[in-house]
Ligand binder design. Sequence first.
Ligand code: PH2
Ligand code: MG
Ligand code: MG
Length: 166
Amino acid sequence: LSKRIVAYIGLGSNLDHPATQISSALQALVKLPESTLINHSHLYQSRPMGPQDQPDYINSVAHIETALSAEQLLDQLQAIEQQQGRVRKGAQWGARTLDLDLLLYGDSQIATERLTVPHPGLHQRAFVLYPLQEVAASLEIVGLGPLEQLLSTCPRDGLMCLDEAE
Ligand code: PH2
Ligand code: MG
Ligand code: MG
């Protein structure tokens, strides 16, 4: 019997009906093998971090339990990105139909070619920390400390919670 790990996934989209992209991705997470979608946050809207000549983003965070390894989970997340028309271009932080980031995988700290966990930048991104708080109120983040403390030094930066979670 493989142990089930708590993992948090950041969802983001700013192309081709972003809110619909996020809803579709959440449906895809329901169908992940050897995994259970426990909960997800509301949808949030924010200005782009990075290049400003791109549309606003819609973001959410999902809480899952999984028996997949971190690498297997990453494979699954990348497959969902592909199914939803993700095109990998050169530009870092450029517009995309769907971005699924493995934010946290239990208490694992991972630094490989493919994967950095906790996700880099997580601790200073309002569009990650505020939705994460909805699904993991008193989380202790490995290497970074209590979520509450990270939030206390992270301005909302115009982040808007949308009413319908869908
Ligand atoms: N993702 C990026 C680049 N910039 N900005 C916002 N507001 N939300 C994102 O998810 C986001 C971004 C690259 O992954
Ligand atoms: Mg990202
Ligand atoms: Mg990504």
